[in-house]
Ligand binder design. Structure first.
Ligand SMILES: C=CC1=C(C)c2cc3[nH]c(cc4nc(cc5[nH]c(cc1n2)c(C)c5CCC(=O)O)C(CCC(=O)O)=C4C)c(C)c3C=C
Ligand SMILES: [Fe+2]
Ligand SMILES: [Fe+2]
Length: 366
């Protein structure tokens, strides 16, 4: 019997290691029909809205998708660039940077693909790209520092849903979270210090994370606790005393209670209390997106200034900053430990150093 190519992988070409970067997604254009299509996919995900299917689908298609797309499209239009959606464009830059860094640092061939949980390129597209590159080992990396079932859990669903159709599955690993990773904490702290060096320190620093319904937290989602720990570690890294920083949750949708305190109410309260200057950041987002460029930079600025504040500045996400990319590459290398493409790379030394550093970090500050 001779070997034949299977429809899945090829026997005759070199195997490679695949990295699937996954972020949330974005509409194709900021037009109302494209935003509606995107929201329909997003809001139909049972990880996002856990309500009973039939009443939710009736409400979604009967009410929400008739009203929200026009409002969201207007918000998207205000942040859209000639290159398209900031989230997708910056994610592409992250992919290119990681492809370069990992190609230098792995001993064997590696291919990085980008996918969006909703919209395009889809998770099926990304996995297809890795299959075409003969990636027999795949590391899935949802770009969310804090784990939530609504984000990371949902990426897992999309990956496994696609792989159910494959006969020859790749060897699979999955990054769950990196909320207390020392490199991530250090990179966010460095971005805050750089902002301070240029603009000085405000009276308060506000860490704003995307919210989730409170009920999900009560049912066991660790997201709330991981956000708290991230903020606490960053503040410790900056030697910022507890009275100088706050944490809040943004982007609430619908009528149910979400994680509190809410970012908008917090900013209004601070203004009313006589706080004049504030710096805000959203360290739960790997890249700037609608929620940071519109909600945090524009909408919330108005709320604070109208409530009596005088100075409001937004500190950008880490995006494709070199130290962010380096930190993500270190994390990827560690998670690929033991795979043949990694043999002979700098992983063992880097992995051990990171682990020692992390142990010190947790001992000192957790
Ligand atoms: C309705 C429920 C929603 C939950 C739960 C939720 C969790 C969640 N989302 C992010 C990250 C992002 N969300 C973004 C936009 C966005 N989020 C929701 C709803 C929920 N998110 C909607 C409907 C939208 C679309 C815009 C709108 O109509 O308001 C984005 C930005 C996307 C972009 O194109 O720029 C990100 C990123 C996290 C991390 C999270 C839970 C932890
Ligand atoms: Fe969201
Ligand atoms: Fe929003």
């Amino acid at each position: 019997m001779t070997f034949v190519d299977t429809p899945d992988y090829r026997h005759d070409s070199q195997e490679c290691l695949g990295i699937l970067l996954v972020n949330l997604g974005t509409p194709d254009t900021p037009s109302v029909p494209d935003v509606r299509r995107y929201l329909a996919e997003f809001l139909s995900d049972p990880r996002i809205v856990e309500m009973a299917r039939l009443p939710w689908m009736l409400l979604l298609h009967g009410v929400i998708l008739r009203t929200r797309p026009a409002r969201s499209a207007k918000a998207y239009q205000s942040i859209w660039t000639p290159e398209g959606s900031p989230l997708l464009e910056i994610s592409r830059r992250q992919k290119t940077a990681l492809q370069d860094l990992l190609s230098q640092r792995f001993g064997g061939p590696v291919r990085v693909a980008l996918a969006m949980r909703y919209g395009s390129p889809s998770v099926a597209d990304g996995l297809g790209e890795l299959k075409a590159a003969n990636a027999r080992r795949v590391l899935v990396f949802p770009l969310y520092p804090q784990y939530s079932a609504t984000t990371v859990g949902s990426v897992f669903d999309a990956v496994t849903e696609e792989l159910r159709r494959w006969r020859w599955l790749p060897e699979l690993r999955f990054i769950n979270q990196y909320h207390d990773e020392s490199g991530y904490i250090a990179a966010v702290a460095a971005s805050i210090r750089a902002h301070w060096a240029e603009h000085g320190q405000a009276e308060r620093l506000l860490f704003s994370f995307h919210g989730i319904p409170k009920e999900y937290f009560e049912k066991g989602d660790p997201y709330y606790c991981q956000c708290q720990k991230t903020a606490r570690l960053i503040a410790a890294e900056l030697d910022l005393p507890p009275e100088r920083w706050l944490l809040s949750f943004q982007s609430r949708l619908g009528k149910s209670e979400w994680l509190q305190p809410y970012t908008d109410a917090t900013l209004e309260a601070l203004g009313a209390q006589g706080i004049k200057s504030i710096q805000v950041l959203s360290p739960g987002f790997s890249v700037d997106c609608l929620e940071t460029l519109e909600e945090m930079s524009i909408e919330n600025r108005h709320l604070f200034l109208e409530a009596g504040g005088e100075s409001y500045s937004y500190i950008p996400c880490l995006n494709d900053n070199p130290d962010h990319m380096q930190m993500l590459a270190d994390l990827i290398l560690r998670h690929c430990s033991g795979w043949p493409e990694v043999q002979g790379s700098a992983i063992d030394a880097a992995g051990l150093a990171e682990r020692a550093d992390r142990a010190r970090h947790m001992g000192a500050k957790a």
